[in-house]
Ligand binder design. Structure first.
Ligand SMILES: C[S@@+](CC[C@H](N)C(=O)[O-])C[C@H]1O[C@@H](n2cnc3c(N)ncnc32)[C@H](O)[C@@H]1O
Length: 200
């Protein structure tokens, strides 16, 4: 094992198991702790490139009538049974495109968005929290009642605001830092389960 692999064991594991990114292990930990992938048929993965979360989803979700959509501005190599929408999560028509592709509302929305990091911590955090908020807003439009939403969020002064908004819409809220997430990274995951209202 190289020195780099010893420092980053999840990177080597991901390579050995054929995952496109070490991020796969973050979703696997979230699933082990919060059981979000069970029984879901219609799944949307926002900011999905290069596609390791989609790989985990296709391995875990085996319901009949499965529909999986990934969204990213970056290209994603094809994954069997996954439809990719190549656009920004800011696109005004995204909610309607997703509903059309799913043939209705979603059972699960995942979001692992990160902006291109500039090294300016304040700016990077602001941009990431914007993406997390946008993901939540989109979820309120396209999620079925009783279903779940998971998003990455960089810890910042705005984290509390996003958590408070999520609390208004979901019965169960947790912030979780998977061990696969580097300790030096400000990222955490907001797990929001049991959406209260039917999307319009
Ligand atoms: C950490 S990566 C996601 C990794 C992914 N979960 C996986 O397992 O492969 C973050 C992604 O956010 C995407 N992204 C950032 N801003 C975006 C935006 N406005 N719209 C869509 N995707 C965006 C980037 O292109 C990048 O692919």
């Amino acid at each position: 094992m190289s020195r780099w692999d010893r420092r980053e064991p999840y990177r080597k594991q991901a390579r050995d198991k054929g995952y496109r990114a070490r991020a796969a292990y973050k979703l696997l930990e979230i699933e082990k702790r919060f059981q979000i992938l069970q029984g879901v048929q219609k799944i949307v993965d926002l900011c999905c490139a290069p596609g390791s979360w989609l790989q985990v989803v296709t391995q875990h979700c085996k319901e009949s009538g499965l529909r999986i959509i990934g969204v990213d501005t970056a290209p994603v190599k094809p994954i069997q049974d996954v439809k990719i929408i190549k656009c920004s999560i800011d696109a005004l028509d995204l909610a309607s495109r997703i509903r059309e592709q799913l043939g209705g509302l979603a059972d699960l929305i995942l979001s692992d968005c990160s902006p291109k990091l500039t090294g300016n911590k304040t700016l990077d955090r602001e941009r990431q929290v914007y993406l997390a908020k946008r993901s939540l807003a989109l979820s309120l439009e396209i999620l079925s009642k009783g279903k779940h939403f998971v998003t990455k969020i960089f810890q910042s002064e705005q984290t509390g605001e996003l958590v408070a908004t999520a609390k208004n819409h979901f019965e169960f809220i947790r912030l979780f830092k998977p061990s696969a997430s580097l300790p030096r990274s400000p990222e955490m995951y907001l797990i929001a389960k049991y959406f209260r209202a039917s999307a319009k």
